[in-house]
Design a protein around this ligand. Structure first.
Ligand code: ZN
Length: 147
């Protein structure tokens, strides 16, 4: 990543996704690694800060630099994004959901996958309610409770 060898990064991502798809017995998904976030964001793609997923083409895209300041994404954030997008893939392909929403269960699954891949102990996620009956992860409290 540091040397921006896109083909190498892509190869590792593809291996990881292939292994994960095989484990969960779902279709393989495509992977595209980009240096920067594409300007044109397509409809119906789920778009994050560092990645997106298209349920129609089963394509995950991740990018290595932030859109605004062009700073390099950290390894942890990059891997976390990859796991997150793969969980969108699972929502459609494994669970047959009509849509893939950022529910608490979704974040728990993404976190479990991330910590399994890194070999780090999973953190107890601390939730904070936001408007409309939705939830977000309280990262400061989540990280404090991990120590
Ligand atoms: Zn998402």
């Amino acid at each position: 990543m540091k040397m921006e060898r896109i083909a190498n990064v892509r190869g590792v991502c593809a291996d990881f996704l292939k292994t994960a798809s095989h484990f969960y017995e779902v279709e393989d998904c495509g992977i595209r690694v980009l240096t920067a976030r594409p300007l044109k964001v397509r409809e119906h793609w789920t778009t994050e800060l560092f990645g997106d997923y298209d349920p129609n083409s089963l394509l995950i895209r991740v990018w290595m630099r932030t859109a605004v300041r062009k700073e390099m994404t950290s390894f942890g954030t990059f891997l976390s994004t990859l796991c997150h997008e793969f969980c969108h893939h699972l929502d459609f392909q494994k669970f047959g959901f009509a849509d893939s929403l950022h529910t608490r269960g979704f974040f728990e699954r993404a976190a479990a996958l991330y910590h399994h891949v890194r070999g780090t102990p999973p953190k107890q996620l601390v939730w904070a309610p936001v408007s409309g009956g939705r939830w977000r992860i309280d990262w400061p409290r989540t990280n404090r409770s991990a120590h």
